[in-house]
Design a binder for this molecule. Structure first.
Ligand SMILES: Cc1cc2nc3c(=O)[nH]c(=O)nc-3n(C[C@H](O)[C@H](O)[C@H](O)COP(=O)(O)OP(=O)(O)OC[C@H]3O[C@@H](n4cnc5c(N)ncnc54)[C@H](O)[C@@H]3O)c2cc1C
Ligand SMILES: *[C@@H]1O[C@H](CO)[C@@H](O)[C@H](O)[C@H]1NC(C)=O
Length: 518
């Protein structure tokens, strides 16, 4: 008797359970059919301006939230400057850190604030909530790395410690593909497989369209392939992810930093798009905070090019030295980026075409060349580094090499304060004349613009309203290098890819919400 009761109960339970599942499935399917049949036909797409990591991250989340996405980029190919990123993306508390023996990481917030420097404590208008922005950036960093690794299958298993970080937290892959290219291509591939996603290349946005109340309602743009054709208009919420202005040497850069006007950059030479945001009243912060990298290669085939290839910091770390045009060392090469850049820029510059640059010799002895072989091979192939016998160098360079080699081999004190010599093993004097060194010409380059449009933790673009209050502009979100306030006076390496992923995703979700609830 008891056994049958039990048995019956079990049957009821199973039947009930199955019914519940069927009901849920039915609702999902009917919901899905309903939404695809009736709503998406009338719903406006989320418009994403820019196909760098910030734009791609926004598109990914907007699609996941059920919106259609229309992405516009003025370039013929997607990826912006994001595709060039070579060091990696920051994440604190990741399983990849743990795999390398880093049990915990609770110093990312403090490292970021320290690096941001005086900007963080400055008062003045407009006031963005820097602390809240950095809180989101750092607390969401593990999540961002997991998202790329787990959902997009990007290899981020190698973790390195960059300058200004108190711990190793910059993630990249173990293979040859640099992290920027790996992340961008994974996202582009995934997005292109989605029928709700449209990418128009060679399409430049010229204006943000607003309604009577000042809310953004869409964009006006034109297509380069059909430049005589009519301007297009597109209606929908806008995620603005148009990148920074480091490559706008004669435009925005010279406006905010006249002292840097005409300098070459590691960024693609292109006019900035910040003016589209100022035209509708958006507020800007920290626009004069510009990051200079001390070493970009001057290409002997095209010395006046405004675009320069980055000469990795590791070249100096492994033992490389810097020599002025007189063939003299002038700075401890291992000082921070800003100190080394300032020392170079205190020397006389040259002007090639419309580019203002310095021509500094970067020289690696055979020991340093060997250790940096993976970098060097590529630079030699690109024609940016030459291998030369010491005897074929200019006489003043030979004497500088001898002088430095003597300090290293005799463990003497370096007058410029360099304490570690990497893998330098070249001896001084006649003994080195047949040895091969690696030489290239480098110049300081504009690398990153910390400042940008004021925004909040929901990635809403802000404008100043009466009473000096910042208020969100309806219909407009922003993410990536176009935004300001997170990095203050100085960005930590690896934190720009991170801000693209974190705030790009937030912007995508928020913009999608605004159309889904219509
Ligand atoms: C050589 C190099 C190495 C770097 N290495 C690292 C690194 O290791 N780690 C790290 O965190 N950061 C690194 N950075 C910085 C980082 O790559 C960038 O800051 C970041 O990728 C910017 O991404 P974004 O999406 O904001 O803009 P971008 O990737 O620059 O994309 C912006 C896009 O918007 C488009 N656009 C602009 N205006 C318009 C318009 N009006 N209409 C249509 N389209 C428009 C542009 O064509 C571009 O494709 C590096 C940068 C460089 C240059
Ligand atoms: C750019 O767009 C054109 C027209 O849609 C397309 O034929 C081309 O393949 C696109 N280029 C890239 C690199 O995606």
């Amino acid at each position: 008797m008891r056994r049958t009761r039990c048995f019956l109960l079990l049957i009821y339970f199973i039947v009930g359970f199955l019914t519940a599942i069927l009901c849920m499935l039915f609702f999902r399917i009917s919901n899905f059919l309903f939404s695809t049949m009736s709503q998406s036909a009338t719903r406006k797409p989320v418009i994403v301006v820019g196909s760098g990591l910030a734009g791609l991250s926004a598109a990914h989340e907007a699609l996941r939230a059920g919106a259609a996405v229309h992405m516009l980029d003025r370039a013929p190919k997607p990826g912006g400057n994001s595709i060039k990123a070579s060091s990696g993306i920051n994440g604190a508390g990741t399983r990849f850190q743990r795999a390398q023996g880093i049990a915990g990481d609770d110093s990312f917030f403090a490292d970021t604030v320290r690096s941001a420097g005086r900007r963080f404590t400055e008062t003045g208008s407009p006031l963005v909530d820097r602390k809240a922005l950095v809180e989101i950036l750092t607390s969401q960093s593990e999540n961002a790395v997991n998202w790329l690794a787990d959902e997009l299958n990007v290899d981020l298993s190698v973790v390195a410690q960059l300058g200004g970080h108190s711990i190793a937290r910059t993630h990249r892959g173990g293979g040859k593909l640099p992290p920027g290219a790996a992340i961008v291509s994974a996202l582009v591939e995934e997005l292109k497989a989605n029928s709700e996603f449209t990418l128009e290349n060679s399409s430049e946005v010229d204006e943000l369209l607003t309604d009577g109340s000042g809310a953004v309602r869409g964009v006006r743009y034109h297509n380069f392939d059909n430049s005589d054709g009519p301007a297009h208009e597109l209606e929908g919420p806008v995620v603005f992810a148009a990148g920074g202005f480091a490559g706008d040497a004669h435009g925005l850069l010279s406006k905010y930093r006249p002292d840097l006007a005409g300098m070459p950059s590691t960024n693609e030479a292109r006019p900035a798009s910040h003016g589209l945001l100022s035209a509708i009243g958006a507020a800007f912060v920290d626009m004069d905070s510009v990051q200079i990298h001390p070493t970009g290669f001057v290409d002997p085939k095209d010395p006046g090019s405004a675009y320069k290839f980055l000469a990795a910091e590791a070249l100096r770390g492994e033992g490389g030295i810097l020599l002025s045009s007189k063939g003299e060392r002038f700075i401890n090469e291992l000082n921070t980026r800003d100190v080394v850049s300032d020392a170079i820029m205190a020397l006389p510059h040259s002007t090639v075409g419309s580019t203002r640059q310095w021509e500094i010799t970067l020289l690696l002895d055979p020991g340093a060349c060997e250790v940096a072989a993976s970098h060097i091979g590529f630079y030699v192939w690109k024609g940016l580094v030459q291998k030369k016998k010491v005897r074929d160098l200019a006489p003043e360079v030979i004497s500088a090499v001898d002088k430095y080699a003597a300090i290293v081999s005799k463990h003497e004190e370096d007058a410029l304060g360099r304490k570690t010599f990497g893998h330098w093993r070249l001896p001084p004097g006649e003994a080195n004349r047949d040895e091969e060194v690696c030489v290239g010409i480098v110049t300081p380059v504009v690398h990153f613009t910390m400042g940008g449009v004021a925004f909040d933790t929901q990635a809403r673009v802000l404008r100043l309203e009466d009473g000096n209050e910042l208020a969100p502009i309806p219909g407009l979100w922003a993410a990536g290098e176009i935004t300001g306030g997170i990095h203050g006076a100085n960005r930590l390496g690896g934190s720009s890819l991170l801000e693209c992923a974190v705030f790009g995703r937030i912007a995508g979700i928020q913009a999608a919400k605004s159309v889904m609830t219509v």
